[in-house]
Design a protein around this ligand. Structure first.
Ligand code: ATP
Ligand code: MG
Length: 140
């Protein structure tokens, strides 16, 4: 095991319901430390760039509209095996498949409005952290 950093977004469905604290509490309870955090309204260009890997998927345009529909909280999380640990506490993409005790089981509204994003690999975590944060904004 190694200390890692991963990237998280608390999505617009969660900011709209004023549950950013409740979501963050579950991340912290799982052993993740918030070492950077910023509330932003993503531009269409940012959302399209961030989700570029999904450009060809049928849900891409809806996803970009959703991610720009309200504020989000972008975060850097640090901890042992942070990438896998965050994916575990997030739960499955579709809340119907998410295990008890996960953020998406507790809070997600739908497969799209599923409350959180988390990097799916260490390489993508680095890319996604760099997309939103400069080094001096991350304080571990
Ligand atoms: P994320 O990348 O947000 O952490 P994920 O890795 O669990 O989620 P992906 O397959 O990368 O899931 O999909 C990215 C996001 O696109 C999902 O979190 C969800 O908001 C949306 N999405 C995925 N599949 C669908 C779908 N079938 N219909 C609508 N939206 C979807
Ligand atoms: Mg993903």
């Amino acid at each position: 095991m190694a200390t890692e950093r991963t990237f998280s977004i608390i999505k617009p469905d969660a900011t709209r319901r004023n549950i950013t604290g409740a979501v963050t509490a579950m991340l912290e309870k799982a052993g993740l430390r918030v070492v950077a955090s910023r509330r932003i309204r993503m531009t269409r260009e940012q959302a399209e760039g961030f989700y570029a890997v999904h450009r060809e998927r049928p849900f891409f345009s809806d996803l970009v509209s959703f991610m720009t529909s309200g504020p989000v909280v972008v975060q850097v999380l640090e901890g042992e095996d942070a990438v896998a640990l965050n994916r575990k506490v997030m739960g499955a993409t579709n809340p119907k498949d998410a295990e008890e005790g996960t953020i998406r089981r507790a809070f997600a509204e739908s497969i799209e409005a599923n409350s959180v994003h988390g990097s799916d690999s260490l390489d993508n975590a680095r890319i996604e952290i760099d997309f939103f944060f400069s080094a001096d904004e991350i304080v571990g």
